[in-house]
Structure formats: structure tokens, C-alpha cells
Ligand binder design. Structure first.
Ligand SMILES: *Cc1c(COP(=O)(O)O)cnc(C)c1O
Length: 353
């Protein structure tokens, strides 16, 4: 066999496979939880006013104006906030900081599979915490299982299930676990509550958010994390010097200044979620309770792959995750009212009812 120059950990990895980003037009794209509505008009205005000449200069390495905006919204200080090139960038810093061959991490299953890939890059052991079938609730012996871990990833609302673990249970974990708890709140704006306050209350808790979903800005790559200032200062050592470019900083500031648009679009998405969920249940689907902008749903025949393929043939793309705990399901991003209706029509065609 040909010699590999890679570290053995890298050779052993499969690598994270992102959802498909097709170039084909006229399809209904419900596979990567993007927002069906456009970003704030303030973003468009900021871009129109942007001078290309300023690109000569490096951006603010700390993105301080955006840090201040985030801090002001959550009653925090600038030193409690770090900005990332997408929240995936923050995850990279977090895994570099808190995992190693001697420092294992724990994550839920099913959950965001990128966490396991980032752990593999570090040569860190991953403790999988299987969620209960159908309800996707937390295992009752969670604290026992994570004892030797230095990092625990909690996704709330969880992906791909959409479910929301009780806040009280999450707070109890934060208070009892002797390690870092990261609460990935990528979908929190679609949920009835969130855990942002825990990031300011507990010295071991990091809450992360992204602009990709609720702010309709997956294309610019922007995320942020809030935590105790000691944790943020440590993460700053690990980030690329200029990790957030000028355009992203500008767009982020503009979007953050218009919470009304965000809230209106979130309300519309939640209405679409209720409409879709009702329609799916009427057709005999099992639908997990979702607090996010997507539904995790099992068709009447329990064959997620067939559902994915039949929809694809009709130019509708949803997400299918092969595997024992996920293979029965498809994950469907909530679309516009028109897209949601079309999806249900196609499903009627496939399953009758
Ligand atoms: C989408 C998503 C992210 C990544 O967000 P980006 O800011 O686009 O990198 C992180 N965590 C979860 C659970 C997500 O679903």
C-alpha cells in the first residue's frame, strides 16, 4: 500500500459530509435548514453602501462592534462574546481547546455529526449518549456516563430531531458536570425558550448561536458564542487572527440591528412548521415534537430512504440519515407556505391518505 503522510487519526476519519447544495434550479430545497425568507432589508442596504476600496485593509480581528451588539442583546459584556466564521469555526476552536487523546468528549446520538469528526481530528475519544427512541429525551444516566469527559455537547433544540430538552434538566447538567458544557443553540430562535442565561451564570458553560438559520445568512458564514470571560479569552488564543471578514462583520451588524425581521420570519416558519406537522400526521407519519425550523418525521412504512428517493424524483430534496436510530426518518426543513403545500401534495401522491 502507498505510504500515507497523514496523521493516523486523519487517515481513520471518514470526514463530515455536508448536505447537498445542488446547482439545479426549480427544485424545492428542504435539506439543510436554511431560512426560506430573505435576510433583513438592512443587510441589503449595508451591502449597497459597502465600498470595495475598504477591502484593501484587514478587518477588525476581534469583530468588536458585533461583539458589543451581541453583548448588549443578552446583558453581557464584550469579553463574554467571541465571533466565528460560522459556528462551525467556533466548534473547531472548542474542540482544539477542550479535547485530546487524554480528554474525551461526549455527545448525544443522534445529534450533529460534525462533533464526532472534530473529536477524531484531535484523537479524542467520543462517548455517545443515545437518546430514547421516538421521544428523543435525554438518557437518565447521562451524568454517570460523562464522568471522565472534559467536554459535553448539548444541541438544543437538537438536530436532526428538532426536540427540546427541558431547561431544568440542562441546567442541572451544567451545575453538576465537571467539564465544559457547550449548548449549541443553532435553532434557538425558533424555540419557546433558550439557555443563554446559563452561559453567564456558570463558568463552565458556552452557548453558541449562528446567523445561518434564523437570520437567513448561511451564505456569509457567521456565528457567535457567549461564555465566562476566562473561557472566551482562552478561545481567542485559538482562533485565526482575522477569522471574520469585513463583509461578514458588516452584514452581521446590520442583521443584528433588525430583530423585528428575524422575529417575523421565525413566527412565519413556526406557522409553517405547525401546518406541515399537522398534514404529515394526518397521512400517518410519526412526527417528533419540533422546536426548530425542521421536522424529523417517519413515513407510515418506516422507510426514510424510500421517502427521500421518491421526493427527490419529484425535485424535492430533504435529508436522510442512514443508521439504526435515524433510518426510519427524513428531516424536512420548513419552507415557504407554497413549498410546504407542494411537499404535502407529493407525499399524498406517494403514500395516499
Ligand atoms: C447549522 C448548524 C451549525 C452550523 O452553523 P454555521 O454557522 O452555518 O456553521 C451548528 N450546529 C448545528 C446543530 C447546526 O444545525
Amino acid at each position: 500500500m502507498k505510504k500515507s503522510y497523514f496523521r493516523p487519526e486523519i487517515d481513520a476519519m471518514a470526514g463530515y459530509v455536508p448536505g447537498e447544495q445542488p446547482v439545479m434550479e426549480n427544485l424545492i430545497k428542504l435539506n439543510t435548514n436554511e431560512n426560506p425568507y430573505p435576510p433583513s432589508e438592512k443587510v441589503a442596504q449595508a451591502l449597497r453602501g459597502f465600498s470595495a476600496e475598504t477591502l484593501r485593509r484587514y478587518p477588525d480581528p476581534m469583530a468588536n462592534r458585533l461583539r458589543d451588539a451581541v453583548a448588549a442583546r443578552f446583558g453581557a459584556h464584550r469579553d463574554n462574546v467571541i465571533i466565528g466564521n460560522g459556528s462551525d469555526d467556533l466548534l473547531t476552536m472548542i474542540f482544539r481547546a477542550f479535547t485530546s487523546p487524554k480528554l474525551p468528549m461526549a455527545m448525544l446520538y443522534p445529534s450533529y455529526s460534525l462533533y464526532a469528526e472534530l473529536a477524531a481530528m484531535q484523537g479524542a475519544r467520543v462517548v455517545q449518549l443515545p437518546l430514547e427512541k421516538r421521544t428523543f429525551s435525554l438518557p437518565c444516566d447521562l451524568l454517570e456516563r460523562v464522568k471522565n469527559c472534559n467536554l459535553l455537547m448539548l444541541t438544543r433544540p437538537n438536530a436532526p430531531t428538532g426536540t427540546l430538552f427541558p431547561r431544568a434538566a440542562v441546567e442541572k447538567i451544567c451545575a453538576s458536570f465537571d467539564g465544559i458544557v457547550v449548548i449549541d443553540e443553532a435553532y434557538a430562535d425558533f424555540a419557546p425558550d433558550n439557555c443563554m442565561d446559563l452561559a453567564l451564570k456558570y463558568a463552565n458553560v458556552i452557548v453558541m448561536r449562528t446567523f445561518s438559520k434564523s437570520f437567513s445568512l448561511a451564505g456569509v458564514r457567521l456565528g457567535y458564542a457567549v461564555a465566562d470571560e476566562t473561557l472566551i479569552a482562552g478561545l481567542m488564543k485559538l482562533k485565526d487572527s482575522y477569522n471574520v471578514d469585513r463583509l461578514a462583520q458588516l452584514v452581521g451588524e446590520a442583521a443584528f440591528a433588525d430583530v423585528e425581521t428575524l422575529e417575523r420570519h421565525c413566527r412565519d416558519v413556526c406557522e409553517g412548521r405547525a401546518f406541515l406537522s399537522g398534514g404529515l400526521k394526518k397521512m400517518g407519519f410519526f412526527v417528533a415534537d419540533s422546536a426548530a425550523n425542521f421536522l424529523f418525521a417517519a413515513p407510515p412504512d418506516g422507510d426514510g430512504k424510500r421517502c427521500f428517493e421518491e421526493l427527490r424524483r419529484r425535485a424535492v430534496i430533504v435529508r436522510y440519515f442512514p443508521g439504526e436510530a435515524t433510518g426510519e426518518y427524513v428531516r424536512i426543513t420548513v419552507g415557504t407556505a407554497g413549498e410546504n403545500r407542494k411537499l404535502l401534495d407529493f407525499l399524498h401522491e406517494i403514500y395516499g391518505g
